[in-house]
Design a protein around this ligand. Structure first.
Ligand code: NAP
Length: 251
C-alpha cells in the first residue's frame, strides 16, 4: 500500500526468468501486486509467483501465459489483469529474445522474429495499457532496452535495432502521456548473468567482462533495483530517460 492507500498492480512481461523474475520480486517487496507474463515456461513462471509471495505475504501474484507479439493475446491478458486486480499501475516490458547472426548471413525471418517480440511486443503492451493508465491519471511504464541499442554490436543488427527502437518508442510515449501523469522510461542493461548470456561462449564472456569498468558481471537484481525506482512514486518527475545499468561499460 502506498501513501494514497492504493494497492498498485504491476505487469512484468518475461517475468518467469532472469531479469524479469528479479523485477517481479523487487516490485513485490515494494508492496505491488504482481502479474508475471511469460511465453511458455510454466514451471519457471509459477516459481516466480511463489518467490514473490515469499518476499511479501501482503500481495497477490499470478502468472499469465501470453506471447507479447500477439495483439489479441495481449488484449485478453490485460482483460484478465483488470478483472483480477481492477487496475494496472506499472508495466515493465522486459520480454526479449536474441537470434544472433552477422549482417551478411542474417535472414529476414531472424530479423523479423527479434523485432516482433522485442519492439512490436513492447508497442502492443504499451498501447494496451494507455487507456487504462490515462483514465487512472497514473502510470509507470519501464521498457527494457540494452546497451547495444545505444552503441550497436557486431552480430546483433536485429537485436540492436529492436532495442534502439524501444528507446525511440519510450521517449515518444513519455511526451504523449506526460499530461496524464504517466511516465515512460527505459532501462538499458549491459552484461547481466541470465540464461540469455549463458548461451555465449566462454571467450565471448571473458572479452565482454574485460570491457566492464566495475570488473564484474551484472546481476538481475542490479537491473531490478533501477526498474523498481522508475516504477515507484519517488521517480514522479523523471520521464523519457534511458538509465544505463552496465557497470560503466557504455561510459
Ligand atoms: P531470459 O533469461 O532469456 O528470459 C527471457 C524472458 O522473456 C522469459 O521470461 C521468457 O518467457 C520471456 N519471453 C520470451 N519471448 C516472449 C514472448 N514472445 N512473449 C512473452 N514473454 C516472452 O532473458 P534476460 O536475460 O532476463 O533478459 C530480459 C530482458 O533484458 C530482455 O528484454 C533482454 O533483451 C534484456 N537485456 C538482457 C541483457 C543480459 O545481459 N541478460 C542485457 C541487456 C538487455 P519463458 O520463460 O516462458 O520462455
Amino acid at each position: 500500500m502506498n501513501d494514497n492507500n492504493i494497492k498498485r498492480c504491476a505487469v512484468v512481461t518475461g517475468g518467469s526468468r532472469g531479469i524479469g523474475r528479479a523485477i517481479c520480486i523487487e516490485l513485490a517487496k515494494q508492496g505491488n501486486d504482481i502479474c508475471v507474463v511469460y511465453a511458455g515456461n510454466d514451471q519457471a513462471a509459477s516459481e516466480t509467483v511463489s518467490l514473490c509471495l515469499e518476499a511479501n505475504k501482503d500481495i497477490t501474484a499470478l502468472s499469465i501465459k501470453c506471447d507479447v507479439s500477439d495483439e489479441a493475446a495481449v488484449k485478453s491478458m490485460f482483460e484478465t489483469v483488470i478483472s483480477e486486480f481492477g487496475r494496472v499501475d506499472i508495466l515493465v516490458n522486459n520480454a526479449g529474445v536474441t537470434c544472433d547472426d552477422l549482417l551478411a548471413r542474417m535472414s529476414c525471418d531472424e530479423f523479423d522474429k527479434v523485432i516482433n517480440i522485442n519492439l512490436r511486443g513492447t508497442f502492443i503492451c504499451c498501447q494496451a495499457v494507455t487507456r487504462i493508465m490515462m483514465k487512472q491519471r497514473y502510470g509507470r511504464i519501464v521498457n527494457i532496452s540494452s546497451i547495444v541499442g545505444v552503441h550497436g554490436n557486431a552480430g546483433q543488427v536485429n537485436y540492436s535495432a529492436s532495442k534502439a527502437g524501444v528507446i525511440g518508442l519510450t521517449k515518444s510515449i513519455a511526451k504523449e502521456l506526460a499530461s496524464r501523469n504517466v511516465t515512460a522510461n527505459a532501462v538499458a542493461p549491459g552484461f547481466i548473468a541470465t540464461d540469455m548470456t549463458d548461451a555465449m561462449t566462454d571467450a565471448a564472456k571473458e572479452a565482454t567482462l574485460a570491457q566492464i569498468p566495475l570488473k564484474r558481471v551484472g546481476l538481475p537484481e542490479d537491473v531490478a533495483k533501477a526498474v523498481a525506482f522508475l516504477s515507484g512514486e519517488d521517480s514522479s518527475y523523471i520521464t523519457g530517460q534511458v538509465l544505463m545499468v552496465d557497470g560503466g561499460m557504455g561510459c
